[in-house]
Every structure is written in C-alpha cells, then in structure tokens.
Design a protein around this ligand. Structure first.
Ligand SMILES: Cc1ncc(C[n+]2csc(CCOP(=O)(O)OP(=O)(O)O)c2C)c(N)n1
Ligand SMILES: [Mg+2]
Length: 588
C-alpha cells in the first residue's frame, strides 16, 4: 500500500478515485493526461491528489504517450499516460505500438463511453481494446468498479515484469463514476502469466562457459534487454573478465561504455565497420537481450555465418525466431550473467582477436569531412557530445539520418541515457520523449537531437515544455528534407525526388532541380515558431559559430531550439543495404 493514504481504506470511493489511488500506491509521481468527456471523472479525481501525483497536460495524446515512454525509458519504472475515448484513445495507438516493439513498460489509460452504449457507435466511441489487441502486452476493458484496484495492480505487474511492455486499461465513464469500497488486497488473477522459469538452468550455462572457453574469436552482441534488466554492470564484469569485445544494437547503446577499449559500438545497417567485421569473422556469438532485428542482421544466413550462437533472452518467443541458436536459453539476462561470471576466465589466446578488432576500429572509425565549409550533422553532434561530456545528459532523437548520426557520434557511457524509437522508428518521438525525461530528471540536461521532419510531428509539445517548465533543449539538424528517404532515393532510385522536400512545392528543390545550395531559404522558420511558444531560439549556419551557439543553448534557462542549417546531400555511412550482408557494405 502507498505511503500517504489520503482516502481511508474502508471508505466508499468512485472508480476514478480508486484508479488514481492505485497509481499512487504504485509509486506513480507523474502522468501525462489529456482530458475529454469520457475521462473527466478521472481528471477530477487527479485534482484531489495533486500533492502526490503531478499531472502534465501534453498538447497531443501521442506526445503524452511518448513523454510517458521518456519517463519509463530513463527511469526503468512504468510510464503512465491517459486519454479520453475515441480520438483521444486512438491518438495513443502509435505510442503503444512503439512501446511494444521496444519493450517499454507503459500503462495507457483510456476513458470509454458508458457500458450500456458500448457497441452502438456512441459519440467518441472506438473499440480501443480491439484496436490495440495486437500491440499491447495485455489489455483490459473494465466493466465492474470492484475490479479497478486489482486490474491496476495486474497492469503494473505485467508491464514491468518479464519482458516489459505496454498495458492498456480502458475504463467506461460509468465505471469511473460508480462507487464501491475497494479491496486493495484482492489477489492477482493471472493464471496464464508465469514468471518462475526465467532463470537459466545451470547445465545450459555450463555449455555457454564451455563454448566461451573453446572460442578463439568470441563477441558479445547485446541490446535493450541488458538495459531493461539493469545488467550493465554484469556485462562489464563479464567483458573485463573474459576479454570479449562488445557490440550493441541501437536499443543497447549506453549498456557498455563507449570509452571501453573493446567497445565496438553499434552494429547493423548503419553500424560501425569494425563491429560488422567482427560479427562476420567471429566464431562465437553471444547474443544477450537481442532479437536479431533485420536492421541488425541484414541477410540472416550470412549474419555471423561461421559462429556458434548462444542466445539468451527473457522472452522464449524470441529464441530461434529469426536465426537458430546452438544454445538457446530463456533467462533474465542479469541472472544468467551473474551465474556465468564465476564459471568463466580470460579466454585463452584471445589477444590476437582483440588486436584484430582494435585494428579494424583504428582503420575504419566513423568519419566525416572535417574540412566541410559549413556545419555537417556529424560535426554538430560530435561537438554537442564534447561539450556535454562532463555533465549528466540524456539524449533523445527523432527518426532519420540525424538519429543514426547521433547513434554514431554521440559518445554514450551510461544505460538509460539514450532514448530512440528503434523498433517502430516513429518520427516525432524525440521532443515528447525528452519532455518525459526532463520531468523525471529535473536537474539533468536533456537534449533532443531532432530532424526538421520529425520535430514537426510533435512540435506542439514546445507548449508543454514551456508551460510545465521543462527546459528541454532541441538540437535541430535542419536539412529541409526527409533526409533518410532522400538518401534512399539517391542510392536506389536515381535521386528521383518523391515528396521528400519540406518547403513549398514550387521550389525547384522539391523536384530535385534546385541549385543544391545547402544554406538557403528554410521553411518553416523554426526560431519564430519556438519563440511563439515562449521558448528560446537561435539559428546557426557557420561552422565557426557552432560551439558558442550550443553553449548558449545549454546555458539557457528554459526550453530552447537551436536550428542548425545542414546540407541534405550528406549520407549516413557506412550502410549495408536492406536484406544484404557485410560484404555489400557501402563506405562512400
Ligand atoms: C511517423 C513516420 N512516418 C514516416 C516515416 C518514414 N521516415 C523515416 S526517416 C524519414 C525522414 C525523416 O526526416 P527528418 O526528421 O527531417 O530527419 P533526417 O533524415 O532529415 O535527418 C521518414 C519520412 C517514419 N519513420 N515515421
Ligand atoms: Mg530532415
């Protein structure tokens, strides 16, 4: 039970009050909620708990959903968002799908029309449980006020245990209004949800230890599972003790410090040459908390082609899903690594392999044209990385080229400091996610490295940042294009521009017939927009002005948009084209 029981346990309460008291009982300090007819009783109840829960009003429910994710991804605790029925609820759908693919613990609460009219196309009725059935970890339509307390407990339990994920609670307005004396201790009713088999059996771990001992060229390929399990420390211990190099997925960045000598950074489509070479040549692949996503593996048969594969994941359905493993193990990864640690030693003769990896790393680092007369995206990110090295910083991103360059050039060394919509790849994630991070970490520096397309998908959240005093900084890499799509047009469609220019359609650039000037007219004027929302803003296009402009952004007391003019001709490299292998890697 919660710390301050504002409402006595044996008191008659409304469904709304029970729901909000339940949130308090689960330690929820912040939620992101946008009201409407079918959720007004919930909001009324929230006003009676203002000393325990901060309710932040986003400017779009999708923003609220991603803010809740920002809270969840940066703290590890479930994030909570709320919306009214119908359009409010459907506006949450993308954030729910996103949480599902990236395994983020999220509680999404929606108001619903009253029970007697459900199914009658009532005003603002959508069958949101049906809509979300395939994108939640679990979902509830509450039909009885006596179930509210238990359902909320189950929802938190399901969202945050095992493989985390989103849980939807749809609560009709009459259930919100009905009264009952809640039974806070009603037992959970989850017969199909078993968690006791999540510890790797000793025999299997012995097989892993033996495989490590026999290997000459082992590598750890790890991902978001390490972060979800809070297992970074065990990962470092294992790497230190055995000498095995580590590469991470986009979701795993921060799990292993980029400052570690044997950190091979990110692998995959836009991953490091050295990481992909190491995967190609390894003889033992230790896949920990990963799911062999196609953006990582490319052509599956050729991924880690000569390796023995150990796959450890908390979700049994991931094992042998994309790539068969020689040793598939269902386990909490932290438990497995803790048990494995005393069973392993420094891999004999690994020095040659380590040296090979270090040579690759030295020969082919992530790079860009340092002499470019203007600001390149990679340079802006590297500069931000340098200027923020000494302080607690969280980075969020949109989706596109800027996201990949941020993954390549921002040096991360802590788990939960990097937030990227990775599985779903949702443009518009960066700003609201940053908002949620900032609400959870008021004293930290939170920077959204964003693209001009992505930022416009949730730009209204600048209002939330200003009004709720969330001093998020936005490093906007403005190339006036949907850069990542432009890159594919350039590489695979003879540069034919197909609706990838973000300015007026009569501009020659819209059809690729412009002068290709990289600092030209920009539409829209982001600094004006930011100022209209009350935020600080500046624009920068000369290289010599960049450092001062970033410093000014960082020291600004409030939300701030730094509009950086960058070229659209730049491509994210290296690149392994979709469905191909490391042998097809494009380097220039
Ligand atoms: C919601 C959504 N719609 C469409 C896409 C497809 N898409 C992926 S990257 C991209 C371009 C992003 O442009 P911008 O945010 O300006 O980033 P840039 O690539 O220019 O850095 C698009 C349209 C997507 N990922 N998400
Ligand atoms: Mg862009």
């Amino acid at each position: 039970m919660g710390k301050t029981n504002q409402l006595a346990t044996s008191q008659l309460l409304s469904g709304s009050e029970i729901l909000v008291q339940s949130l308090v009982n689960h330690g929820v300090e912040i939620l992101f909620a946008y009201p409407g007819g079918a959720s007004m009783p919930l909001h009324q109840a929230l006003t009676r708990f203002t000393d325990q829960i901060r309710t932040i009003l986003p400017r779009h429910e999708q923003g609220g959903g991603f803010a809740a994710q920002g809270y969840a991804r940066s703290t590890g605790k479930p994030g909570v968002c709320m919306a009214t029925s119908g359009p409010g609820a459907t506006n949450l759908v993308t954030a729910i799908a996103d949480a599902r693919l990236d395994s983020v613990p999220l509680i999404a609460i929606s108001g619903q029309v009253k029970l007697p009219v459900i199914g009658s196309d009532a005003f603002q009725e959508t069958p949101i449980v049906e809509v979300c059935r395939a994108i939640t970890k679990h979902h509830y339509l509450l039909t009885d006020v006596n179930d509210v307390a238990r359902v909320v407990r189950e929802a938190f339990h399901i969202a945050s245990t095992g493989r985390p994920g989103p849980v939807l609670i749809d609560i009709p307005k009459d259930v919100q209004e009905e009264m009952c004396i809640p039974d806070w201790d009603q037992p959970l009713d989850l017969p199909g949800y078993q968690l006791d088999s999540l510890q790797a059996p000793q025999e299997q771990l012995e097989q892993v230890a033996a495989a490590i001992k026999q290997s000459k060229r082992p590598i750890i390929y790890c991902g978001g599972g390490i972060i979800a399990a809070n297992a970074s420390q065990q990962l470092k211990q294992l790497a230190d003790k055995t000498g095995i190099p580590v590469t991470m997925t986009l979701m795993g960045l921060g799990a292993f410090s980029s400052q570690e000598k044997l950190c091979l950074d990110m692998l995959g489509m836009h991953g490091a040459v050295y990481a992909n070479h190491a995967i190609r040549d390894c003889d033992l692949l230790l896949a920990f908390g990963v799911r062999f996503d196609d953006r990582v593996t490319g052509k599956l048969e050729l991924f880690a082609r000569d390796a023995k594969i150990v796959h450890i994941d908390i979700d049994a359905s991931e094992l042998n899903k994309n790539k068969p493993a020689h040793i598939p193990i269902v386990s909490d990864i932290k438990y497995a690594m803790e048990k494995l640690l005393p069973m392993v030693e420094a891999v004999e003769g690994i020095e040659a392999w380590q040296q090979q990896c270090l040579d690759w790393k030295e020969q082919s680092p992530f790079s860009y044209d340092k002499d470019f007369d203007g600001i390149l995206q990679q340079h802006a990110i590297a500069e931000l990385s340098r200027l923020t090295r000494e302080r607690e910083t969280f980075i969020t991103v949109g989706v596109g080229q800027h996201q990949m360059w941020a993954a390549q050039f921002y040096k991360l060394d802590k788990p939960r400091s990097w937030l990227s919509s990775s599985g779903l790849g949702t443009m518009g994630f960066g700003l609201p996610a940053a908002m949620g991070v900032q609400a959870a970490h008021p004293d930290a520096l939170v920077v959204d490295i964003d693209g001009d397309g992505s930022l416009q998908m949730n730009i209204q959240e600048l209002a939330t940042c200003f009004c709720e005093k969330l001093p998020v900084k936005i490093l906007l890499l403005n190339n006036q294009h949907l850069g990542m799509v432009v890159q594919w047009e350039d590489r695979f469609m003879e540069g034919n521009r197909a609706h990838t220019y973000l300015g007026p359609i009569d501009d020659p650039e819209a059809t690729g017939k412009g002068k290709q000037a990289f600092v030209g007219q920009r539409y829209p004027d982001f600094t004006q927009i930011a100022k209209g929302y009350g935020c600080g803003a500046a624009s920068v296009s000369r290289k010599q002005d960049l450092t001062a402009a970033i410093e000014e952004m960082i020291s600004y007391d409030g939300p701030y948009v730094l509009d950086v003019n960058v070229p659209y001709q730049e491509h994210v490299l290296p690149m392994i084209p979709s469905g191909m292998s490391v042998d097809d890697m494009i380097l220039e």
